[in-house]
Write a protein that binds this ligand. Sequence first.
Ligand SMILES: [Zn+2]
Length: 469
Amino acid sequence: MSLRFFNTYSREIEEFEPRDPAERKTGIYTCGPTVYSRAHIGNFRAYIFEDLLQRHLELRGYKVHRVMNITDVDDKTIRGAREANIPLSEFTAPFKQAFFEDIETLRIKRADEVPAATDQRYIDRMIEMIGTLMSRDLAYQADDKSVYFRINKFPAYGKLAHFDLTQLQSTGRVKHDEYDKEHIGDFALWKAWDEEDGDVAWESPWGRGRPGWHIECSAMSTALLGDQIDIHCGGVDNIFPHHEAEIAQSEGVTGKKFVRYWLHCAHLLVDGQKMSKSLGNFYTLPNLLEKGYTGREIRYALMRVHYRAPLNFTWEGMEEARQALARVDEWLARLRETANGKIDNRKNTTAPGQQFEEALDDDLNISAALGFLFESIRETNRAMDQNEMDAATANTWLDWWGRVNSVLVIEEAPAELPAEIAKLGQARLQARLAKDFQKSDELRNELSARGWEVRDTKDGQKITRRAGA
Ligand SMILES: [Zn+2]
């Protein structure tokens, strides 16, 4: 069965076929963070969806080459640097670093390339593209010296968002500082320098200034992935105007269809409301880690709802994620013991099928995929309860889990034990080695009281979070 994705451009589920089906090479471009503050969990929901997409494509044999840009020059970064009274690059550096730390905590695969907009090679490309648009009458320099894209000359403008441009004119939301433009919807390709920009400026044929946000993505994506891209992702709030503008600019320059499949991730709500600093429901990753949740628990909580459905983040949801992972941990521990052949069981013919992969083939239907995972856990646990699973079958299930976990990446890493739990575990191990079984039992009870279960296996002591703890 083939892969199918919902394409925002056509508003239809389409069969996936990359530009190079024989080689199965797949180029993916994802709009990355604007590094003016720490990213919030709503941003990470989108990055986790993109990670799931990449990992599933790889499981299905596609050779993914992914590019994620870093927006390190725009209105917000410039304002931040000005307020902090430091150079732009000094202001953005710690936020870039924090972003890479956060994606590592969430087990998100780093993109193959992470170009930064301020890299001179991309600035040069942006200027070159704007020059081409000017020569084709698709852009103009207004009285304010900025260069704008002329949307009336690009008939497909609005198609991605299914947006009627005449409505844009009739809303009457004309800002006073935009009177220089021919059409209210025309967007800046090059912003003429003004005092607020300080020393953030580059020379161009249209005078000193800086690029608009949209042209940054057109330049970096086509520079690294070519004129045509297989999949372009982002959040739904990127559709208009950002992605619409990317299409107009890129196709205006190359004359070729820019993107084959547009995939967009829905919003994240917190307690049913839009996340905002004023409501006090605005969370970054460190905010959740401080509450004792691990990276994989947060990953699971942000991944478990279909990417096109809004995800409502709640603390109960975090607890559910923790319990779901504890069930997985417990099941894996049992399965490994059975696979090690310690228990001589009757043969069981249950073998994993393809349902997990097939669910994800269907526009990344994660709910169905997880449903199948937990149904499999219930059934195999039942077989193990009744001594009906032999080592060979258990090994088949472990191989299957390897495939599942290559996409979900939710298996517990030993290093993820909280420090005090690891310390108690070490103390218990020492007590056992010294044959001080009373102390060893005390420490086991202590760990149990904290919600952790200790098991002595062939491979040594194993500490896992108790289901329901
Ligand atoms: Zn972008």
